[in-house]
Ligand binder design. Sequence first.
Ligand SMILES: *Cc1c(COP(=O)(O)O)cnc(C)c1O
Length: 337
Amino acid sequence: MYAVNLARYHFCPKMKEDGLYAGPRLVILTSQEGHYSISKAAALLGFGTKNVYVVSSDKRGKMIPSALEEKIQLAKSEGAVPIMVNATAGTTVFGAFDPIEEIANICEKHNLWLHVDACWGGATLVSMKHKHLLKGIQRANSVAWNPHKMLMVSLQCSAFLVRDKTSLLERCHSARASYLFQKDKFYDISYDTGDKSFQCSRKPDAFKFWLMWKALGTRELEQRVDGVLAMARHLEQEIKKREGFHLLMEPEYTNVCFWYIPPSLRNLRDGPELWKKLHTVAPVVKERMMETGSLMLGYQTHEDKPNFFRMVVISPQVSRKDLDFVLDEIHNLGKDL
Ligand SMILES: *Cc1c(COP(=O)(O)O)cnc(C)c1O
């Protein structure tokens, strides 16, 4: 919502005071795998959810740059004005990373605000080994990043980073309440964040992250992220090894999506019959997990795919043993289905 509001302010600063925009329809573009926060922002800020143009992603969940170009052209041909592209670094379901560099080229060409939703994937910024996933992120106009996800800062801690150095954020959001935001203080007031946000009273969430970073050091954060990714690769290898387990795709991040196929279905040929039966497996296994109290693991469908499990490794405390247990337990709970 911050990014969408900022992109609009950047496009048309007058709206802050004049209210309703009288010009052509404004459009935001995001991929089909993008987070719902973009359409919520569009609804809340008066864009309308119909003006969020959904760009196709490839099989791995990454935005297709040529499809983005087409949607921009489509919006323009309708007389609408695209103003912002949201690229996702670490999608919610597959953990896919949109090709930021190529998207940035398109944004530059059309003069669009580039926001990178790195809420989930931003953690890889601290890893020399994995930060290539975010290649091009330095070209973004704004970035959202949640240290409360893989970096494990206690909830909540969400960072919103802006490249602009001309106090755009403050101009966009300030209400200049004189009882709070005095200009004649004895220090550099550009560090005061109070009038840059929508809200008034808020906890200083950044402090938790600062303290944790100080206490652990960048190296330790890096080791944690590398460790979590190594665990996800272990799970992936185990799934490949074990009979009855089947990956949807090679994961790019720590979202490991897979099916469990009970012995009774293993001889069925791949097709609608198997898919229909397979669709019913995960909900029953999940129900049994909850009744037994041994495990909690979500399942879901995606497009025409039958229900699958989505194991997302986040915590550095998760071990190989834990992940083996996940697969053992799914088999135990589902082998009679
Ligand atoms: C978690 C997540 C969000 C929402 O962030 P919150 O600050 O936790 O509400 C947005 N986008 C992506 C890709 C996410 O993974």
